[in-house]
Design a protein. Structure first.
Length: 456
């Protein structure tokens, strides 16, 4: 019996050593992947002098491949016991620090697949001179004296601004920091992303999800490249949105109301999850929540309001006419006109939100359901719009979202052409895998009761 006991102890010792050795090699692979990603981003900086879209697409895919491999290896690491608290803390922190480094690396890059940031810079400039961007379009003769190289790059010069007031505040601060350079905005974005990553990590811990899943946003090429190369404003709204979710889960309703308002004041998407709050906090608590939300919103809108309510003009045009890279919307367009397809998709989106509002069990998962419904039924899905679901994916780890985040890069083929046109092949590559994997994701999550997405 003693010999058997000795052999078992020796076997356990060897097994533990092998597991330790395996974990070390896997950890080294993750570090090596980070090094290669950093190298690719540096190479992009060096060769992207004037906005090279093919290079952007290539680097995006290469970074995504390395990031995916790192995540896969990370998932195979054995659970870290409570005895190794330093390691439990240090690995997620390492992932966040490297993710911040990736973002800093591409800050010098020029905008590549979209010129939207030049509109941001322009609007920040005219606000600094006391002009309302909701009332005076860039091509107005009143603004001739402000013309510069940035003005030449502004798109849709006949349209007034479509960006809400908190976005305008960001544009203004960016102008104060760096004038007509994009650097000021990117500094703001970096601060926002640091908060996003910190509170996303806190949210994962709060929900008892592997904190290392923070890599799903920290190293994801979409926020790194869309927000720090192309400099889209969504990154600010996402930061406030993550703060809202965290404090809502903590039960701090009043503070979460402020952050939801701030997020809404950058992009309007967060308003879609408002119906979920009825079930989450109840009608009684929803009343003060709503008062705080509306008051915060009004305070930021007041400086931009005019007698003719000009703030609605270009926004209405965007909502009624803009379309790009939609999935279900394009299917309905095959059997009807664009106006009817838009109405049908709007109705289906509202129905989806109502159903989710009644059926969800977990607020964060319900929020993801609403955001996914928006992606499915929206008329316009630019790659940077997907950052909103990307920030939630560390909680759910949906392979369908993973798929869309990589295939959406194909939509950058459109601005490469001499004329703006969509390619049906791109839509097929994007959405067929997405819908197939979404079905499997929902089936597996509900069947295995891992996340309690919806009530039975």
């Amino acid at each position: 019996m003693e010999e058997i006991s000795v052999l078992e102890s020796h076997g356990n010792y060897l097994t533990n050593n092998l597991l330790t050795l395996s974990s070390k090699y896997k950890s080294l692979f993750i570090v090596f992947s980070a090094f290669l990603i950093e190298l690719l981003l540096i190479l992009f900086n060096l060769f992207n002098n004037s906005g090279n879209i093919p290079l952007y697409i290539f680097i995006y895919f290469e970074v995504f491949l390395l990031f995916s491999l790192a995540f896969y290896v990370l998932k195979t690491l054995p659970p870290i016991s409570d005895e190794h608290k330093i390691l439990r803390f240090s690995l997620p922190v390492f992932i966040i620090i490297i993710g911040i480094l990736f973002r800093i690396t591409v800050i010098p890059s020029v905008p590549t697949t979209s010129p939207d940031v030049f509109r941001y810079i322009w609007e920040g400039k005219i606000i600094a001179h006391g002009i309302n961007p909701y009332q005076v379009p860039p091509d107005s003769h009143l603004l001739t004296r402000f013309h510069s190289d940035v003005w030449e790059k502004v798109g849709f010069k006949n349209m007034t601004s479509i960006y809400p007031p908190m976005a305008q505040v960001s544009f203004f601060i960016g102008h104060i920091l760096s004038g007509e350079s994009v650097l000021g905005l990117k500094v703001i974005y970096l601060i926002c992303e640091i908060f996003t990553l910190i509170f996303l990590l806190k949210l994962l811990r709060l929900k008892q999800i592997n904190p290392c899943y923070i890599i799903l946003y920290a190293w994801l090429p979409l926020p790194i490249m869309e927000y720090f190369i192309n400099a889209h404003i969504d990154v600010v709204g996402i930061s406030f949105f993550v703060l809202f979710l965290y404090y809502m889960e903590k039960g701090k309703n009043n503070l979460s109301a402020v952050f939801l308002a701030f997020s809404f004041l950058v992009k309007f998407y967060p308003l879609m999850i408002y119906p979920l709050l009825i079930k989450k906090i109840g009608i009684k608590n929803l009343i003060p929540f709503t008062i705080i939300f509306i008051t915060t919103t009004v305070i930021f809108y007041i400086p931009f309001l005019t007698k003719d309510f000009a703030i609605k003009n270009s926004l209405t045009t965007y909502l009624m006419r803009w379309e790009f890279n939609g999935s279900v919307y394009n299917l309905f367009k095959l059997i009807s006109n664009g106006a009817m397809a838009r109405i049908i998709c709007s109705i289906l989106l509202v129905i989806s939100i109502v159903i989710i509002s009644f059926k969800y069990r977990d607020f964060v998962y319900g929020t993801m359901g609403v955001m996914l419904s928006f992606v499915i039924f929206a008329t316009t899905i630019y790659p940077w719009y997907l950052g909103w679901i990307a920030a939630l994916n560390p909680v759910l780890n949906f392979y369908s979202v993973f798929s869309l985040l990589i295939t959406s890069d194909f939509s950058n083929l459109t601005p490469m052409g001499k004329i703006w046109q969509e390619y049906w092949q791109v839509l097929v590559i994007e959405y067929i895998p997405f819908f197939l994997l979404l079905y499997l994701d929902l089936h597996n999550k509900i069947l295995n009761k891992k996340t309690n997405l919806f009530s039975s």
